[in-house]
Design a protein around this ligand. Structure first.
Ligand code: GCV
Length: 722
């Protein structure tokens, strides 16, 4: 009787204990108990004790992480041993911390400073696993990689993994402001609580560092490229230093954005001329001061003479003069300057997409060794699809960094589901033909094509103060995919999505496949319902959220009409020799393919050509019908995504299931809005009907033109959209 009463109260207790909230805050580091019983038995047998020698802040966090991960995944504690004296040991450490009988020198010789080796081994007749590296941070990366194997339910009895990063600097660029607003941020406020720093350290800084280290990110530029000189004052350097102290054990270096006019604004000088000795001395002294605060400071990221930012051209100097001034200040400390190539001006009469190449290509060879030129993936501005920037391959003497945008400024921001792994992969695999076939963009940025001594890749961060970090559950996958591709730009985005789904949601085979395929197709869905066939920049002015292809501003280079050029004859920007000839900036094989109407892929057709409404495309449809078809395909894809998500309901926790479901509903509504707004507008030029087989727009053009959709996610959305 007593037993029954006790049992009963235990049940009540269990029932009343709140379930662990699945709010997305744990990202892909959830470390839940392995669900497959056979796999769990394998893990418990293979992982019984942890042997870990060596002391350092990085090894301490590696130990913390492996214990935390194993506790969750195995659902029990592992024994801590000093020697591998039993089967199922896991020995972790740099080669110098391992016991001499473990010889992994050959593998370690191949993985570089930050790489790791994970191998199943036998020591003194005992079976176990070694996680080792040449450096402490390599060990940390190895720990995360091992935990990933477990989280993705891989067999671990015969491990033989050796991996090192292909790119040296793998960083996030935060566009975070002093007031905690985030330029193009859709996940709440900035992570950095400037007013509380340096005395208060949010626990999120450490979780941010863990998440980054788990995917190999080793740098963070923590301030907006539209820079504020105040960040370079001692008061703010102390705050940045406090952040750097938290990130350091995780192998992450802090970078800051440098406002070109800082010598005037906070230095009391009359000029910021990069050739002026007083200015040069000011930057040298300032940089010495930065290193006193942050001894392992990575360097500066600079946006100059771009969108109103000050720069060397204000003093009739070149971008090389400007970049070299910073480079000289940083060189004694081993720092680098990342000089952005995102420059264009309405005063330059050429096609905006030509301007970065025209400006920077002639400067190849004029930059100091510690200058890296940071180039956006496409020649315009992070559109749902652009061809790769022609600068890739064109500057063999200057290390070019890739700049991707993880925050989806032009791809539906927080609510629309668009897996960017597919976009990143498309760009990285694009062939520049700089040195013949196979000269991919990946080979440019990993340095192998031009033997760059420095290599780097940056992603504009999508993280903020939201509980789920990124504004939506699926936006986490873009942070994840960026890190994974930064480590290995040749990895398939599909495999990365597979891992992410397993770590984030479920290991159920069928559900994984469904969610993964939904992700893979999601980017093309967005391309189709926003900017199919190579259209670009037809988003609403300013916030860039909804459609506004009709907008014509006093600045043509910000005007949708400038980009789509629709008229009674057709649509598209002629960038061939009969137009702006931007296509000539590519190497001949690419140039000829894009310039020729017969060979240009449909995906970038209207980027390079003005095409008649009635012209036939490869599908056999006229351009107009193809446009209608694609816009509708985009909407249909979102319906498919909704169906897929419903089908995995049983495999996903209710909290996150609901959130994703509600966002998909927004996406469906807004995909139709995009389609109907764009088609009713373009129809005023084509004068062709939307074939009867397709859903007809619910409203006339004037209705769509008066809709306003605020950028701020906390304001009401475009509720009136049918
Ligand atoms: C930081 C786009 C964005 C701007 C951004 C700029 C850049 O134009 O809309 O917000 O400014 O790119 O990359 O510098």
């Amino acid at each position: 009787m007593l037993r029954r009463i006790l049992l009963g109260s235990a049940l009540i207790l269990l029932a009343s204990r709140p379930a662990l909230a699945e709010d997305g805050s744990e990202l892909w580091l959830r470390y839940r108990k392995t669900s497959d019983p056979a796999r769990l038995a394998e893990y418990r047998a293979t992982i019984q004790s942890l042997v870990m020698h060596g002391e350092s802040p990085t090894l301490t966090v590696a130990r913390e992480e492996i214990l935390r991960g194993l506790r969750g995944i195995l659902d029990r504690e592992v024994t801590i041993d000093t020697e591998p004296t039993r089967d199922g040991f896991v020995i972790v450490g740099t080669a110098s911390n391992l016991i001499p009988s473990i010889n992994v020198a050959r593998e370690l010789g191949k993985v570089g400073k930050e790489g790791y080796v994970i191998r199943s081994i036998t020591v003194g007749g005992r079976k176990g696993t070694v996680i080792t590296a040449n450096t402490d941070v390599g060990v940390l990366y190895g720990v995360f990689a091992f935990l990933r194997e477990l989280q993705t339910s891989k067999p671990i009895r015969k491990l033989a993994i050796a991996s090192g990063p292909a790119i040296q600097i793998r960083m996030l660029d935060h566009w975070d402001n002093l007031d905690r607003s985030v330029e193009r941020g859709y996940a709440g406020k900035a992570l950095w609580e400037w007013s509380k720093l340096p005395d208060t350290l949010s626990p999120r800084y450490k979780d941010y560092a863990r998440a980054n280290a788990s995917i190999g990110i080793n740098g963070a530029s923590i301030t907006n490229v539209n820079a504020n000189a105040k960040f370079l004052t001692p008061e703010y350097l102390a705050k940045s230093a406090a952040i750097a102290n938290v990130l350091r054990p995780y192998g992450i270096r802090v970078y800051l954005t440098a406002r070109f006019s800082a010598p005037i604004e906070i230095g009391g000088l009359k000029t910021a001329d990069p050739l002026d000795p007083a200015v040069r001395k000011w930057w040298a002294d300032k940089t010495d001061e930065v290193y006193r605060f942050i001894p392992d400071f990575g360097g500066y990221v600079v946006k100059a003479n771009s969108e109103g930012q000050p720069g060397p051209q204000d003093y009739k100097r070149t971008h090389a003069d400007g970049a070299n001034m910073f480079a000289d200040a940083l060189a004694p400390h081993g720092g680098v300057v990342m000089w952005r190539a995102f420059v264009y001006s309405q005063d330059v009469p050429t096609d905006r997409v030509k301007q970065a190449y025209d400006e920077f290509k002639p400067l190849d060879g004029q930059f100091r060794d510690n200058v890296m030129v940071q180039v956006k993936n496409g020649p315009l501005d992070f559109q749902p699809r652009e061809p790769f920037s022609p600068l890739f391959g064109a500057m063999p003497k200057t290390p070019l960094m890739m700049e991707f945008q993880i925050t989806k400024e032009y791809l539906g921001q927080d609510t629309h589901l668009a897996y960017l792994g597919a976009l990143f992969e498309e760009v990285l695999r694009a062939d520049t033909y700089a040195k013949g076939k196979g000269s991919t963009v990946a080979k440019v940025i990993d340095g192998s094509l031009h033997s760059y001594k420095r290599t780097g890749i940056a992603g504009v961060a999508n993280v903020g103060s939201d509980v789920n970090w990124t504004g939506s559950q699926f936006n986490q996958s873009n942070w994840y995919a960026f890190g994974r591709l930064a480590w290995n730009p040749r990895e398939a985005s599909r495999d990365i999505a597979d891992d992410w789904v397993r770590e984030t949601f479920t290991n159920d085979q069928a559900a994984v496949a469904r969610i993964r395929e939904m992700m893979i197709r999601s980017r093309e869905a967005v391309v189709n319902y926003m900017t199919p066939l190579g259209l670009a920049h037809i988003m609403a002015t300013g916030h860039h959220y909804g459609p506004a292809p009709w907008v014509k501003l006093s600045r043509p280079d910000w005007s949708p009409t400038y980009y789509h050029r629709a008229d009674s004859i057709g649509i598209g920007f002629d960038r061939t020799a009969t137009g702006s000839n931007a296509v000539a900036q590519y190497f001949p094989a690419v140039r000829d393919r894009y310039a020729n109407r017969k060979t240009v892929p449909d995906s970038v057709l209207l980027w390079f050509h003005h095409v008649g409404w009635g012209e036939k495309l490869s599908s056999g449809r006229t351009l107009w019908d193809e446009l209608v078809w694609r816009y509708n395909a985009g909407v249909t894809s979102v319906h498919d995504m909704q169906r897929t998500w419903t089908n995995v309901q049983d495999n996903v926790d209710p909290e996150r299931f609901k959130e994703v479901q509600s966002f998909l509903a927004i996406q469906e509504k807004e995909a139709r809005w995009w389609r109907d707004a764009a088609l009713t507008y373009f129809q005023t030029f084509s004068h062709r009907p939307i074939p009867a087989a397709f859903e007809q727009p619910a409203h006339p053009l004037a209705y769509y033109q008066q809709l306003r959709c605020p950028a701020d996610r906390n304001k009401p959305r475009c509720e009136a959209i049918p």
